[in-house]
Write a protein that binds this ligand. Structure first.
Ligand code: SF4
Ligand code: SF4
Length: 299
């Protein structure tokens, strides 16, 4: 990281919404998000008896996280390529100019989610992170002068949602656990970090002042959405000859999709930000040093 750009990055306080809690974009009364920490409490209860039952599953704007796609593919017994074609459309996450996959709603004027049934969500145990979080949103914040960032949450009260008039009170921490969110956040951590960090670099035109190449954005989309393609890339190219990955981990990566995703985002962090999240093999590194010296006329 060059010094000037590093200073610019550290000298700013940055807050980025990662998962937005709004379902209905055009409302008469705008929603007023309330910022919460994990220890804060709020009143909410989503029940079939509520008159709004299933309303939030229409016209929802759902960005699918990498782990959402893994879980839904397993649930529906589909491979990612087939799932992406049938249930998603590509979109640009404009805060960071990165491609993401969004869940396709029905094109019938009502915009129902394809997994919605009268009795509720047909993929409930594997529903996306955004659906688990609702009515909370997830944001990441980096304070001025800090290299690391923290998550915080915001509560959104949309007009249609009757869940807020219920009296069940629970902390954000308890709600997240009840909704099975922590493991989603754990597997998605690298993806969230990259979105956040790139959003924060956007004001200076990208990491170190340069936009990502189309090829890097394509690789990010592949790692984020299609674990089969990424596995073919890891095992079918010089990837394993280039990076220091021990034999035991290589065996795990052959079948463990979660581990492969985590590796994928470690690799992307190294490619995009030069973070030390994955190491080049010694001989590759030495070869690169010799070449750089030759290019500078030092040998
Ligand atoms: S995945 Fe389930 S909870 Fe989420 S919008 Fe669709 S039906 Fe609703
Ligand atoms: S209470 Fe809110 S979250 Fe539950 S069904 Fe109604 S609109 Fe959806």
């Amino acid at each position: 990281m060059t010094e000037g750009y590093e200073r610019n990055y550290l000298d700013r306080e940055i807050e980025v919404d990662i998962l937005e809690a709004t379902r209905v974009k055009q409302q008469k009364n705008p929603v007023m998000p309330v910022r919460l920490t994990a220890e804060d409490s709020f009143c909410f209860s989503c029940r079939r008896e509520n008159s709004c039952w299933n309303r939030c599953c229409h016209g929802a704007d759902i960005t699918l996280t990498p782990y959402d796609i893994l879980r839904l593919c397993k649930r529906l017994d589909m491979r990612p390529a087939e799932f992406l074609l049938e249930h998603t459309f590509p979109a640009l996450w404009d805060k960071a100019d990165l491609p993401v996959a969004k869940l396709k709603m029905a094109d019938d004027g009502k915009g129902a989610c394809p997994f919605m049934r009268d009795e509720g969500c047909s993929v409930y145990e594997d529903r996306p992170a955004t659906c688990r979080y609702y009515p909370l949103g997830l944001a990441s914040v980096k304070m001025k002068g800090a290299e690391t960032k923290e998550d915080f949450f915001f509560l959104v009260k949309e007009e249609h949602c009757q869940g807020h008039v219920q009296t069940k009170e629970l902390s954000v921490k308890a709600f997240r656990e009840e909704q099975g969110v922590p493991h989603y956040d754990e597997v998605n951590r690298g993806w969230i970090d990259i979105l956040m960090k790139l959003a924060s670099w956007k004001v200076v035109g990208g990491p170190f002042g340069q936009d990502l190449t189309p090829q890097t954005k394509k690789m990010f989309f592949m790692v984020s959405t299609d674990v089969d393609s990424f596995r073919r890339f890891v095992f079918g190219t010089k990837f394993l000859e280039t990076y220091e990955i021990d034999a035991e981990t290589v065996e795990v990566l052959k079948t463990d999709d979660e581990a492969l995703i985590v590796l994928g985002f470690d690799w992307m962090k190294n490619v995009i930000f030069n973070d030390p999240t994955i190491n080049l093999k010694k001989e590759i590194l030495q070869g690169a040093i010799v070449k750089a010296r030759q290019d500078m006329g030092a040998c």
